[in-house]
Ligand binder design. Structure first.
Ligand code: SF4
Length: 283
């Protein structure tokens, strides 16, 4: 009878268990918050395909009339198409054309609190004529609150910051959720505007920008106004060729540039809405 085999007792080797790894939790990296129109619910993404489409139509529409450009813009982007106006003669002509093409278009004005009384009265005259009420978009603070918080009028000490607070910031809020906005700029108004396309991606505000009047001259605009009896700001008859906020606008002298009365005496030429540089920043 064979003896049972006795297994030799061996020293049990302890299974090596690595100490629990301590996971170092880093705070999540700050995700840049979308700005401008991209902050809306259904933003239009600037894909390569969209860029090609915009470039194609911008070239194609170079010889088109402002009405044809507006018709294309409406067909392509409505109901996500909006328009900002400062009630200049150009903006009034676009409102006139829109009243025939797409009167339901949402239009707005950046009401800084510093606009001329004549400008706000023009809004009422346009509404009476066309049945289109331009919405007034305002900063969070009244002029009184803003000046009290800043020790006086900021347009005197830092106009770029004043424009940032009372125009650019308000525009960013106003265009949330829209896919395209229209402006009334002309290429011959200033070097900043000379390169403006008919349609392109507005990198600053993150939506499509359409400029139906870029190829018009000042004479073209005034011909449209007189031919169609379009309401306009009476200050133009008193030498104000370009009208913005009252503290930063003066009438121009004979021979001066059309926009010489804006921020006269300072280096500033744009409020930051239509310039191609980065958004106006506090200086
Ligand atoms: Fe301020 Fe003048 Fe700019 Fe108007 S135009 S927001 S008053 S700095």
């Amino acid at each position: 009878m064979s003896r049972p085999i006795r297994l030799k007792k061996t020293k049990t080797m302890a299974t090596k268990v690595d100490p629990p790894q301590l996971r170092i939790l880093h705070p999540p990296e700050e995700t840049p918050q979308p700005e401008g129109a991209l902050a809306g619910d259904t933003p239009l993404e600037p894909t390569a395909e969209l860029m090609d489409e915009l470039a194609y139509h911008s070239r194609r529409l170079e010889g088109a009339t402002p009405e044809e450009i507006l018709e294309w813009a409406t067909q392509r982007f409505a109901p996500k198409l909006t328009m900002a106006t400062a009630f200049g003669p150009e903006g009034c002509t676009i409102l006139h054309m829109l009243s025939n093409i797409a009167p339901e278009t949402y239009t707005f004005n950046l009401d800084t609190g510093y606009q001329f009384r004549e400008t706000l009265e023009l809004r009422d005259r346009l509404a009476a004529r066309y049945g289109m009420q331009v919405d007034l978009r305002r900063p969070e603070t009244t002029v009184e609150q803003y000046e009290a918080a800043n020790g006086g009028p900021v347009y005197k000490t830092d106009p770029s910051r004043c424009c940032l607070d009372r125009k650019v910031t308000v525009l960013k809020q106003a265009i949330r959720g829209w896919h395209a906005w229209m402006s009334a700029i002309r290429r011959d108004q200033s070097p900043d505007r000379a390169e403006a396309p008919i349609v392109g991606w507005d990198d600053k505000f993150q939506l499509v920008k359409i400029n139906p009047l870029v190829n018009c001259t000042k004479a073209d605009i005034w011909k449209m106004i007189t031919d169609n009896d379009i309401p306009y700001n009476p200050l133009h008859d008193q030498g104000y060729t370009s009208i913005g906020c009252s503290p930063c606008t003066r009438a121009v002298l004979f021979g001066e540039d059309e926009r010489a009365g804006r921020w006269s005496g300072s280096e500033k030429t744009e409020c930051g809405l239509h310039s191609l540089d980065s958004p106006t920043t506090p200086s």
